[in-house]
Design a protein around this ligand. Structure first.
Ligand code: C2E
Ligand code: MG
Ligand code: MG
Length: 590
């Protein structure tokens, strides 16, 4: 039982403890308020600060100096305005000064004890803001050059088109740096990047506010000239830009010369959408690239027909790959002393939509450009594997089998590693020889260091194709570890009549000898050329129409049913009349 006495005592005690609890709670609240991570302030009807916690003080005190004073007065004005309307608000506040802090402040008018106050709570969103800014910039601006990205110029052109009242005229120029890949390979990617940035600066120098320059990819820029009065005016300006770009760029202590090809389309004559105008400017640029480069051309209808034809070839190439409509012609490599066939080179052929056999010159570059070359090379390898019995029958079981690999592929480990595996999987990797042009060795790719060793391990040999017409100098040969060097046909043609080519031949020959590389002459066509090589050089091997055009093995089988005959060679000293049986087969057929 409780006594009433006790009850009174308890009530008094509770009241006393309520008071002390209240005090202690108040002190806790005060501390919590003081230390809240968010900056909290309470302002009265006059905008004066009644309560300011530490975080808010820090935020507003940065402004105790001059810029801060404006911060305080801004806050006062906001307060008066919000108390007047009675509405809450969420506002961003950027703090002036070096820290560049940004706060998000939530303001809420409250009424306490018959008076109006504004309670404001601020959170530091500087980092989030910087991240958003970064996202925005990377979506709309190119990091390297600081230029607007493709979607900005596209948006601008589309809005010009949308609001055009039939009077608007503008020009879209498509600019592409000539041989940028070589610049990148030769000077390195950092220099390539610096060149792009410098290029962007030069291009942007004399633009009007209403023009836009944008980098749309790698070395491609699109320039919107808006508005324009006449074609002549555009022509003059682009000419002036081209001149400016021709001056050397000083990058990394190198003097780099870069020219640019430009194609221009005009609105409304050449298209009524961004895509159409850009595409037509691109077509005009392509025409310049295939011609003199470093110049400009306006789009015209004949170019469109050309582009359509090109697209048709593109389509049929894709289809041919899909349908595996490729085959190989084989051309023997011959020992010019014994006339024995020591190897064969597989040369790819395409059977087009109409069944006509096409030479690689009509599709290899395009296949490389379109990224189809890797697949094509695997098809060639498959063709070799399929034909291996015929190859052995026709040329002998020990002949090497050469395959061509484009320089671009040779430097790409993602292609070369699986390719090496595929060669190993044939079961006769040691018979393979890979022909690459010297570009693969001089440019800074992975070929020499990373890829060569893989092939060496498999026993696959390496040959430098078309030597003498690429970018390397003779001295570069010293750094190259290859097994064979093929001297380009341009040196061999009429060699017996050309003292300069003879000198070059001797130099290549002695260097190759010192480096332990076999030398082979390409494109040997006449008896006189052969006689010169035999009499005046130590070159042992040759390949060319003189011995045989590239041949289809099935043809050979039909022409010479007994394989041993085809293999027999020429006998001792060749004469124009005495040639091997396979010499008469043609490379291309219908
Ligand atoms: P290449 O590797 O230098 O092959 C030699 C080219 O010269 C072949 O042309 C051959 O038919 C031709 N030729 C040989 N002897 C003579 C001659 O005495 N006189 C003349 N005028 N020409 C001769 P083809 O077959 O048209 O191939 C051209 C190029 O296409 C090849 O040059 C090679 O770079 C490329 N190619 C061929 N097949 C492939 C392949 O499978 N992959 C890659 N990436 N390129 C290939
Ligand atoms: Mg070759
Ligand atoms: Mg060659």
């Amino acid at each position: 039982m409780h006594s009433p006495y006790k009850k009174d005592f308890q009530a008094a005690a509770t009241q006393a403890s309520d008071e002390s609890t209240f005090d202690s709670e108040l002190s806790i609240l005060r501390d919590v308020f003081k230390l809240l991570p968010a900056g909290v302030t309470v302002q009265d009807e006059d905008g004066e600060f009644v309560l300011v916690n530490d975080a808010a003080a820090a935020l507003l005190q940065t402004s105790a100096t001059a810029p801060a004073a404006s911060q305080l007065s801004d806050r006062r004005e906001t307060c008066l305005e919000l108390l007047r309307t009675g509405r809450p608000a969420m506002l961003e506040e950027a703090i002036a000064g070096p820290t560049k802090q940004v706060f998000l402040t939530s303001h809420r008018p409250i009424r306490v004890a018959g008076r109006n106050f504004l309670i404001s709570s601020s959170t530091d969103i500087t980092e989030q803001k910087a991240f958003e800014d970064h996202l925005f910039r990377s979506a709309y601006y190119d990091e390297l050059t600081g230029l607007p990205a493709r979607r900005v110029i596209e948006h601008r052109v589309n809005s010009l088109l949308k609001y055009d009242n039939g009077q608007g005229r503008f020009a879209l120029a498509f600019l592409d740096i000539d041989n940028f890949k070589h610049i990148n390979d030769y000077y390195g990617h950092a220099a390539g990047d610096a060149l792009l940035a410098e290029m962007a600066k030069r291009l942007g120098l004399d633009l009007r506010d209403s023009d836009i320059l944008s980098r749309i990819s790698g070395d491609e820029f699109v320039l919107l000239l808006n508005p324009i009065e006449s074609v002549a005016e555009v022509e003059e300006f682009i000419h002036f830009l081209l001149q400016r770009l021709k001056a050397p760029f000083f990058i990394d202590q190198s003097e780099i010369f870069a020219s640019t090809s430009v194609g221009i389309s005009l609105y409304p004559e050449h298209g009524r959408s961004y895509e159409m105008l850009r595409q037509n400017a691109d077509i005009a640029m392509y025409r310049v690239k295939n011609g003199s480069k470093g110049a400009a051309a306006f789009f015209d209808a004949s170019m469109e027909r050309e582009a359509l034809a090109r697209m048709k070839i593109e389509q049929s190439l894709r289809l041919a790959i899909l349908e595996k409509r490729f085959c190989c012609a084989f051309q023997p490599k011959v020992d010019i002393r014994t006339q024995a066939v020591t190897g064969v080179e597989a040369l790819v052929r395409l059977r087009d939509d109409d069944g006509v056999i096409q030479a690689p010159s009509t599709f290899i570059n395009l296949a490389t450009e379109l990224g189809l070359i890797d697949e094509l090379t695997h098809l060639v390898l498959a063709e070799i594997v399929k034909s291996i019995d015929l190859i052995n029958d026709s040329f002998g079981p020990d002949t090497t089998i050469s395959m061509n690999v484009a320089a671009k592929q040779a430097g790409n480990p993602e292609f070369m590693r699986p390719f090496a595996e595929a060669i190993e999987a044939t079961g006769f990797p040691k018979r393979f020889m890979i022909e690459v042009t010297e570009d693969a060795f001089v440019t800074k790719t992975h070929f020499q260091d990373e890829i060569l060793p893989i092939f060496r391990k498999l026993g696959v040999r390496i040959s430098i194709d078309d030597f003498g017409i690429g970018y390397s100098s003779l001295s570069a040969l010293a750094d190259i570890t290859a097994d064979e060097i093929k001297i380009d046909r341009s040196f061999i043609t009429d060699i017996h009549k050309r003292p300069r080519s003879q000198g070059i031949l001797r130099a290549i020959e002695s260097l190759s000898e010192a480096l332990g590389m076999t030398v082979i002459a390409e494109g040997l066509e006449s008896f006189e050329e052969l006689a010169y090589l035999q009499a005046a050089t130590k070159i042992r091997y040759a390949q060319g129409y003189y011995f045989s055009k590239p041949i289809f093995l099935e043809d050979l089988k039909l022409a010479a049913p007994r394989a041993s005959e085809a293999r027999a060679g020429l006998g001792s000293r060749p004469t124009p009349e005495a040639r091997p049986a396979y010499a008469r087969s043609g490379g291309y057929r219908r």
